[in-house]
Design a binder for this molecule. Structure first.
Ligand code: 13P
Length: 252
């Protein structure tokens, strides 16, 4: 089975001091959820403070985005080399970045390669819109995003894929565990299998979209779901830790 991972995407929330306090609270409770890798993804400006707060614990840190170039005239951007040392993971291709900041499959693909080259573990996010789902296009859209995002990637080690249906993000309308499993065990896993053969069996697949302490166990009860990418519920340490505990219990 792939590693179990529960990652918190804090999005554009928390000041530096709030981020440090939240990270410290997660760190203090993390001993209660052995067997699940906890990853905290604060805004860039808080990476150093969060990294300091979790030092010496098993809690890991991730960024929410990065540029694919190493340096240069890219005002406002952050490079893979800048993240190295501050975090181990990086979320790439989140639907909010695709929808609001013009990210394409091509730029996501460049970022995945750059992350791997820098020794960062990319969390590739994919997911369909409500319109695409209603038109019956979900599987095609998602397998297309996985294939395009991973074009030319030959090594699956360190790779994580998160399925986040856009209509489920921040809406309270989570996908049913069965719907998530149909996509994750279907379009996503089959595409990964075609790209990486048996190595696909070790790629953690995370569900994201209104995941919380109450529903996390139902997702993790599905064989093809190995954790979550949590937004709103990750902003409170106790809820985030309860999500991780529910995942551990379901897989236990
Ligand atoms: P919510 O958990 O707030 O729906 O956000 C999910 C998400 O986008 C995580 O990346």
């Amino acid at each position: 089975m792939p590693d179990l991972i529960v990652a918190g995407n804090w999005k554009m929330n928390t000041t530096v001091s709030e981020a440090a306090a939240l990270a410290a609270a997660v760190r203090d409770g993390s001993g209660a959820v052995p067997g699940v890798e906890l990853v905290l993804c604060p805004p860039f400006v808080s990476l150093a403070a969060v990294s300091d707060a979790v030092k010496g614990s098993a809690v890991k840190v991730g960024a929410q985005n990065m540029h694919f170039r190493e340096s240069g005239a890219f005002t406002g951007e952050v490079s893979p080399g800048m993240l190295k040392g501050l975090c181990d993971y990086v979320i790439l291709g989140h639907s909010e970045r695709r929808q609001m900041f013009g990210e394409t499959d091509e730029s996501v693909n460049n970022k995945i390669k750059a992350a791997q080259a820098a020794g960062l573990k990319p969390i590739l996010c994919v997911g369909e819109s409500l319109e695409q789902r209603e038109k019956g296009q979900a599987s095609d859209v998602i397998s297309g995003q996985v294939r395009a995002g991973l074009e030319g990637v030959s090594d699956a080690s360190g790779l994580i894929v998160a399925y986040e249906p856009i209509w489920a993000i921040g809406t309270g309308q989570s996908a049913t565990p069965e719907t998530a499993a149909e996509v994750m065990g279907g379009a996503i896993f089959e595409t990964l299998r075609s790209l990486f053969l048996a190595a696909a069996d070790n790629i953690p697949l995370l569900y994201g979209g209104s995941m919380n302490a109450g529903n996390a166990g139902d997702y993790a009860a599905q064989d093809c779901i190995h954790g979550g990418l949590v937004g709103g519920a990750a902003l409170q340490a106790d809820q985030f830790l309860q999500v991780a505990a529910a995942v551990a219990a379901a897989k236990g």
